[in-house]
Design a protein around this ligand. Sequence first.
Ligand code: SME
Length: 142
Amino acid sequence: FRSTESVQAIFDGVCAILTETLPHHTWAGIYLVEGNDLVLAAWRGPAATEHVRIPIGEGICGYAAAHGESIIVPDVSKDPRYLQCFAETRAEIVVPILAGDRVLGEIDVDSNQLNAFGAADQEILEELADRLASTILKGDRA
Ligand code: SME
């Protein structure tokens, strides 16, 4: 059993690592599913996003949650699903946090570089998402 506080500390640490290790990762966040919405649980970056609650189905985030699949957007200006948070964002990756078929939440990373994310990033983030799924299920946030 993990307390809500320690689950939150893990989320905060993950967002810090995702932004501080790579300078072009300009923002990282973890959203959790709450009913029909994604709710921002942790984030790191220069500014808060106005999208703290995203209906499942809206935006890249909502699409990834609705379909339970990772999405790499090489150029956000060319993706009609994109919900803008930050003017500097050029590319985005969203990876669902899955427990079997159930979507618990997702990891969202923004970059200020076009084509910033590839298969290797997706693989690492999916591995991380698996670990976060265990963290969530062992904690009391699920
Ligand atoms: N761009 C996301 C919204 C979340 S912000 O990037 C933090 C989207 O299209 O769903």
